[in-house]
Design a binder for this molecule. Structure first.
Ligand SMILES: [Zn+2]
Length: 243
């Protein structure tokens, strides 16, 4: 299978390394202004060159398939969701996003500490409006595990995680100042046509490894939100949660 051109991978890694070291006073919107890759281009990279292309015949995906099935078959109450979701995040990142989202990068303001480019925070409680949220300015994906005081199914939380990772990848690695971004990603609070295309690729491939995920996605209400500095500035409120 064709692999990503090492020169492009190097550029993407360097983009990842710089993302957090930009002055924190500048919102993420400005961090990608000298970056020319369009949303269409970076979605194309996933579709053509990510490890997920190999399908179930590959050993890595075969092993992942087994792990995914084990977790789906386990009672959600018996899962350590923090550890389990963190493990799936690393694996999804490796298979779809070239390992970029869980790449260790220097912590903002520190010369010695490092942290994941996109951190995961799992809250063992309800959120009123969402299962998940991606905050591009802080580089954090948050997942809320409960609805009405019961744990959501593992599949739901897993899909919420995959969904937020697609937001993170598009936000960090495409040029957010371009008209293409405004047209293809931004509409409907980040769920524009190019987001849908990327998430469809994830869902289609994951569904081949774990049939049934697709139906769960159909049940899911569009319950998630993306917090952006732009919205905060425009609307003058602290944090705007939109469905
Ligand atoms: Zn979303």
């Amino acid at each position: 299978m064709a692999r990503l051109d090492p020169r492009i991978l190097r550029k993407m890694r360097s983009k990842a390394d710089q993302y957090k070291s930009t002055n924190l006073l500048f919102p993420s919107y400005w961090r990608t202004r000298h970056w020319s890759k369009s949303p269409h281009r970076i979605v194309q990279l996933v579709r053509r060159y990510s490890e997920s292309v190999d399908g179930i015949a590959s050993r890595a995906i075969g092993r992942y398939h087994d792990r995914l099935w084990d977790d789906i078959a386990t009672e959600v109450e018996d899962l350590d969701l923090r550890r389990t979701l963190a493990r799936h995040m690393r694996k999804l990142d490796q298979l779809f996003f070239f390992g970029l989202l869980t790449r260790e990068v220097r912590s903002p303001g520190s010369l010695t500490r490092s942290e994941q480019l996109v951190r995961l925070r799992v809250h063992e409680r309800n959120h009123r409006t969402s299962y998940g949220r991606w905050n591009p300015d802080r580089g954090v994906i948050e997942i809320w595990t409960q609805a009405f005081h019961r744990r959501n199914s593992f599949q739901r939380l897993f899909l919420a995680l995959a969904h937020e990772m697609a937001h993170a990848y598009l936000d960090i690695f495409s040029n957010r100042n371009s008209s293409a971004f405004a047209r293809d990603v931004d509409p409907d609070d980040g769920h524009g046509p190019m987001f849908n295309r990327l998430f469809h690729i994830l869902l289609f491939r994951l569904n081949q490894w774990a049939p049934g995920l697709h139906e769960i996605q159909d049940e899911l209400p569009a319950q998630d939100s993306r917090v952006t500095q732009m919205h905060q500035q425009i609307q003058g409120t602290q944090v705007v949660l939109t469905v």
